[in-house]
Design a protein around this ligand. Structure first.
Ligand SMILES: Nc1nc2c(ncn2[C@@H]2O[C@H](COP(=O)(O)OP(=O)(O)OP(=O)(O)O)[C@@H](O)[C@H]2O)c(=O)[nH]1
Length: 184
């Protein structure tokens, strides 16, 4: 059995810019203050899926091709595992998920980037206004961990100001996947 990935960046759900446009979704413009893509408001906004949320974050999944970025996202969003033959992501794609964290509705806009080197310049352009980077590697492939240095180079630009938050150790839940988390 094989699975097909759709052509990335060509879906109707792609926003026109890298940032999250929370207050303008579905034509709703609220009175919220916006800071670097984050919604800081007393009133909830409405996401494309029709769910209300209080605050939004842009999160990037980054890592070598084949480390499992798409599988992780599909698992997180839909609860399913993409088994079958591997078809590489082309370009970039994103999915939204609204979580309830201590009574606050948090919208995560999670971007799945192509791991192949030929797409690097495209995907790096999307780092700029991201709030967090999830750097994935294959625990059975050391070079995929070493390459994290390369993939985070644009993020480490002093003008961008980021902080290393944590290295999440691979667990049985993540299978072969390892994860390094950056946030700002
Ligand atoms: N054994 C095992 N296989 C996995 C795991 N996660 C993903 N895979 C397999 O690894 C392959 C690549 O997964 P993808 O999620 O498409 O990889 P990707 O990082 O998105 O790759 P690109 O789109 O090229 O950047 C697929 O065949 C998956 O079935 C895991 O935790 N354990």
């Amino acid at each position: 059995m094989s699975r097909k990935k759709s052509q990335k960046s060509k879906g109707s759900n792609s926003p026109s810019s890298c940032g999250i446009p929370p207050a303008k979704e579905n034509g709703k413009v609220g009175s919220e203050a916006h800071t670097n893509g984050m919604v800081l408001s007393g009133r909830p906004s409405l996401s494309n899926s029709g769910e209300f949320y209080d605050i939004a974050f842009k999160v990037m999944l980054v890592g070598d091709s084949g480390v499992g970025k798409t599988c992780l996202l599909v698992r997180f969003k839909d609860g399913a595992f993409l088994a079958g033959s591997f078809i590489s992501t082309v370009g970039i794609d994103f999915r939204n998920k609204v979580l309830n964290v201590d009574g606050v509705k948090v919208k995560l806009q999670i971007w799945d980037t192509a791991g192949q080197e030929r797409f690097r310049s495209v995907t790096h352009a999307y780092y700029r206004d991201a709030h967090a980077l999830l750097l994935l590697y294959d625990v059975t492939n050391k070079s995929s961990f070493d390459n994290i240095q390369v993939t985070t180079a644009p993020w480490q630009d002093p003008k961008v100001q980021c902080h290393t938050a944590a290295i999440v150790k691979p667990s049985s839940m993540l299978g072969m996947l390892g994860m390094v988390v950056y946030y700002r």
